[in-house]
Design a protein around this ligand. Structure first.
Ligand code: GDP
Length: 296
């Protein structure tokens, strides 16, 4: 197992007791440990660098209180900076637009996109009393379309009838029309995923975005992908302009670094987390909890 950051910093700072304020060199040594802890928690290297720079700026010259050990003080600065970077207030999916509100779900295949689409639809319907229609735009994988239909039945949310031979854009148009005619409040569009970010995936999603004019573009990303999460988030945000992130598999044993990386790189809020395969395993994002995990 990892030593906690607390243990490591305790060792470094024990020799500093009795000083008035943290010096540049005290903090420099501590930052090497902070950097190591963040890398072990799977935070991307470039994110680690800018993060430790910010922590260093706050820590150098910080007054040492007699009642608090220097190591604990640095931990608190790191913790507070983690929470600030992760975003301190809960950000629900916004429905503040004319009905039917289009929500576009994007992400790599296997990230949990279809599952998260159904989980969010269920939550909007059960908790927020919205009438929701879901549509799968994954024209290359009939199984993915079937999967959304099965999940829709399971959670009692309507899905757009599957029509073979239509393009993703045509399905999106049909979904919006069905949404208007059927008096739906929300239309969730589950786009196709690929195993890697590729141009045709982005071009298709961009075309769907142009037609459907989504109020939210939600990137679904797997918390266990660690450092790769940064490249995924950067690519999707660059090509589509995402409005938020759903982080899945937070029930797994990842250390939470992906959350920090994606937030830091895109500046977009993590709105919800997936904590299991069941349809109610969806929770609001809690920065304190992820910060705790990253610190170990
Ligand atoms: P997609 O290809 O991105 O649409 O991925 P799916 O929605 O089909 O999900 C792939 C697998 O991940 C399925 O077996 C899901 O049950 C599982 N899954 C999705 N979200 C979570 C989560 O938050 N936690 C866990 N443990 N499994 C999840």
């Amino acid at each position: 197992m990892f030593d906690t950051l607390q243990d490591r910093l305790g060792g470094i700072f024990d020799k500093l007791r009795g000083r008035g304020a943290l010096s540049e060199s005290d903090v420099g040594e501590a930052m090497r440990e902070v950097r190591r802890a963040l890398l072990e928690a799977d935070v991307a290297l470039d994110v680690v660098r800018s993060f430790t720079d910010r922590v260093r700026e706050r820590a150098v010259g910080a007054e040492l209180l007699k009642t608090v050990k220097p190591g604990q003080m640095v931990i608190k600065i790191v913790h507070d900076e983690l929470v600030a970077t992760l975003g301190s207030d809960a950000q629900p999916i916004s429905l503040a637009a004319a009905a039917p509100v289009p929500i576009l779900m994007v992400g790599l295949q296997g990230s949990g996109k279809t599952t998260s689409t159904a989980k969010i639809a269920k939550r909007l319907q059960d908790r927020d009393k919205r009438k929701v229609l879901m549509a799968s735009l994954d024209t290359r994988r009939p199984a993915a379309m079937e999967q959304l239909a099965v999940l829709g039945q399971q959670v009692g949310v309507a899905t757009l009838p599957i029509v073979a031979g239509q393009s993703a854009v045509q399905i999106a148009e049909r979904a919006m029309q069905a949404g208007r005619l059927g008096g739906y409040d929300v239309v969730m569009l589950d786009t196709a995923g690929r195993t890697t970010v590729d141009e045709s995936l982005m071009a298709e999603a961009a075309e769907v975005k142009r037609v459907a004019k989504p109020h939210e573009v939600i990137l679904v990303a797997d918390a266990l992908t660690g450092q790769d999460a940064v490249n995924t988030a950067r690519a999707f945000d660059g090509a589509l302009g995402i409005t938020g992130i759903v982080l899945t598999r937070v029930d797994g044993d990842g250390r939470g670094g992906a959350a920090l990386s994606m937030r830091a790189v895109t500046g977009k809020p993590i709105k919800l987390i997936g904590v299991g395969e069941k349809m109610d395993a969806l929770e609001d994002f809690d920065p304190e909890r992820i910060a705790g995990r990253i610190l170990g």
